[in-house]
Design a protein around this ligand. Structure first.
Ligand code: URA
Length: 233
């Protein structure tokens, strides 16, 4: 691949804009020598305005999503992409969120531009667990732990029962729920099915990967150790 195409794929601009950046001498090698649009790709040795390039394709990112952001590229309100560097929205292949969190849910959200990895994380076969902490509007009625663990609960307009899920009571009104699948609004619908209402919802873990100390609204690129942790729950 030519360097000009690589930079356009990383979101530095359209091919035309990136070609102009070459002509302006803004693309150099690590020693400061000007590079040319049709130079062969040498990712690690390329600089834009003296800065190393963004990570190449194969990116996996963890974001601590705050409440109030939508998992969408188009919503007119605040979107999760607003919390990533603007160039990341322009990358090709697309950097997409892996699964979704509702606008009113906070917590761990993953993004990747690696289709195989996206499939591996989100495929129903992977059964990667997801851990949620919920604040409930009403007291538990008492049979929820057993009911959620039973593997027979049917949600409205679904054709198959939910997989067994583990419910832990943290303290009055606060619970931790571990799911092994991801259906639409699943946590909220599970509590609605037992006559309750989720007042606040937060995802703290996917597989073996926790948010750790990542502050709300911040993101970080995940390395090999994080990826191993993700699948090693
Ligand atoms: N379940 C929900 O109800 N909402 C989320 O955002 C995630 C899981």
């Amino acid at each position: 691949m030519k360097l000009v195409k690589h930079l356009a794929n990383l979101g530095y601009g359209s091919r035309k804009q990136v070609a102009l950046m070459f002509r302006e001498g803004r693309i150099t090698d690590a020693q400061g020598e000007v590079m040319y649009a049709d130079d062969p790709l040498d990712h690690d040795n390329t600089r834009v305005d003296g800065e190393p390039l963004d990570p190449p394709q194969g990116l996996l990112i963890a974001l601590h999503k705050p409440v109030g952001y939508t998992c969408s590229t188009k919503d007119p309100g605040r979107i999760v992409y607003d919390l990533l560097p603007p160039r990341y929205r322009l990358r090709s292949p697309l950097l997409s969120n892996v699964g979704r969190l509702d606008r009113d849910t906070s917590g761990l959200l993953l993004f990747t531009d690696d289709g195989a990895l996206l499939h591996r994380i989100s495929s129903p076969k992977s059964k990667l667990s997801k851990v949620y902490e919920a604040t409930l509007a009403s007291d538990l009625r008492g049979d929820e732990v057993e009911l959620f663990a039973g593997g027979t609960l049917m949600l409205e307009s679904e054709q198959t029962p939910l997989l067994p899920a583990e419910l832990e009571i943290i303290d009055a009104g606060r619970v931790r729920l571990t799911l092994h699948e991801g259906r639409y609004h699943q946590v909220r619908r599970m509590f609605a099915a037992v006559g309750n209402h989720v007042a606040a919802l937060h995802r703290s873990r996917i597989g073996g990967l926790a948010l750790g100390g990542l502050p709300s609204g911040q993101w970080r690129a995940l390395d090999e150790a994080d990826r191993a942790a993700l699948f090693n729950a």
